[in-house]
Design a protein around this ligand. Structure first.
Ligand SMILES: [Zn+2]
Length: 450
């Protein structure tokens, strides 16, 4: 099984400089390849990533676009993997786009990457790096201390170096022997999880799990820092004599003050992401450990409806991250994941008598069933209904082809090599086209109740 361990690294200033240039190169090559791809597509050809790479290799040391001011090919200063990998990433991104469209999932074609807006990252192949105790040796830059040692034994398959606010990380992709990667599921439970608005998650057992507390304080700080940064931007606009929107292509002078503000904001964003990820990791591990089957809703529909602006955006990211972690951990623990269709009225069905409650406003946190008179906590009731789906799916497992593909200890072995590419979050690029599309491993069990 392929697993990734993302470790913070401590590069020196020269190494940081190289990382920034390598990531910039990867971005530029991606944009070149995407432009060519789009051009070929528009002229009716069938673009091919390998052919594009060949063309790029033919021009990369000679084309004026890829020479520095003195006419020297600057690409020679960047290790080859950084400018070869974007082609493979682009092919994968297009493949995923086509696949999502085919299966009716929301999809956007790959987009150009913009400096400062995209994730800074580049790839290093496994034959070009090695571990030396608590350090990693990378081509062109040498030894870089690691903040922790690699968690898993096994063959290193590749690495991705990326920046998050002020820090650099290396995600080492390791082929871990199945015996090591597979965990014994501890519990025999079946659980429905309602990801909510008021509490982060409600379990069918009635347990409500609150979002981590530091987040609230951090969100307040986030608003403050965002406001400070936007004031600095307004000031810069005033100096430049711009009122209203900044026209495309306009470059405002960048002050040290504004850079500092942006950095402070980025650090806080990164910290919030870490706090959330940690919370989600603990919750998903616990759920996979304790249960044989877990049912969640396919989309965070209620989260989408309920929260406005910032909180909403963060809640959405949280939902996809939750699902991503649950999916790859389920493969390790042999847990079955059941996704309830977005039309499944989990909160409107009475979990006691199965009667359907007509309409339920979002603010109604509790309701009484008209048929049987049971008083329901809205979230717990929804979680119990989801649990039912999981129980049903588990019972139907041998009969249903979709569900039986879906895992559990015995069947898990068959998930083996074919699933490997998707199991691992090598690239932590949530919501981006070249992220790791883990969904492929989930047991997609769609149930439609209308
Ligand atoms: Zn009822």
């Amino acid at each position: 099984m392929l697993l990734a361990h993302r470790i913070r690294i401590d590069p020196n200033p020269a190494q940081r400089d190289y990382f920034a240039r390598a990531a910039g190169t990867a971005r530029r090559v991606w944009n070149w390849a995407l432009a060519e791809w789009n051009r070929e597509l528009a002229s009716g050809q069938r673009p091919d990533a390998m052919a594009l790479k060949k063309r790029f290799n033919a021009i990369k040391y000679s084309d004026p676009d890829w020479l520095d001011a003195d006419g020297n090919p600057w690409l020679r200063t960047i290790h080859r993997d950084a400018h070869a990998q974007p082609f493979a990433n682009l092919a994968r991104a297009w493949h995923r786009y086509v696949e999502h469209r085919r299966t009716g999932r929301p999809a956007k074609p790959p987009r150009f990457k913009k400096k400062g807006r995209c994730r800074e990252a580049f790839y290093v192949a496994n034959d070009k790096l090695r571990l030396e105790g608590a350090a990693v040796v990378l081509p062109k830059v040498g030894r870089i201390p690691l903040r922790e040692t690699l968690r898993w034994p096994g063959r290193i398959m590749g690495a991705n170096v990326s920046r998050e606010a002020d820090h650099w990380f290396i995600a080492l992709q390791v082929e871990v022997p199945d015996g090591v990667a597979r965990q014994r599921p501890g519990g025999n439970g079946v659980v429905g999880v309602d990801l909510g608005v008021t509490s982060a998650a409600t379990l069918s057992s009635g347990e409500k799990i609150a979002a981590p507390r530091p987040l609230k304080a951090a969100l307040r700080r986030l608003r403050i820092r965002s406001r400070r940064l936007s004031r600095k931007l307004e000031a810069a606009k005033a100096v430049a004599g711009i009122a209203g929107r900044i026209r495309a292509g306009t470059r405002l002078p960048v002050s040290k003050n504004r850079v500092c503000g942006a950095r402070a904001l980025a650090r806080l964003h990164a910290r919030i992401a870490r706090v959330r990820a940690n919370f989600t990791h603990q919750l998903t591990t616990r759920l996979c450990r304790e249960n044989r089957a877990i049912a969640i809703e396919e989309l965070n529909v209620r989260g989408m409806l309920a929260n406005a602006r910032l909180a909403r955006a963060i809640a959405d990211v949280g939902f996809y991250e939750f699902r991503r972690q649950l999916t790859y951990k389920a493969a390790r623990y042999g847990t079955m994941i059941v996704l309830a269709d977005r039309w499944y009225p989990s909160s409107k069905l009475c979990s006691a008598c199965n009667a359907r409650h007509g309409t339920l406003a979002l603010c109604e946190r509790a309701w009484t069933c008209r048929s049987c008179g049971t008083h329901h906590d809205r979230d717990v009731n929804a979680a119990i209904n989801l649990q039912r789906l999981a129980t049903g799916a588990l019972a139907a497992q041998p009969a249903l082809p979709v569900a039986s593909r879906a895992v559990t200890p015995g069947a898990a072995a068959s998930l083996g090599p074919a699933a490997v590419g998707e199991v691992t979050p090598v690239r932590h690029e949530h919501g981006q086209q070249d992220g790791s599309g883990q969904e492929e491993n989930a047991a997609h069990l769609y149930t439609r109740f209308r």
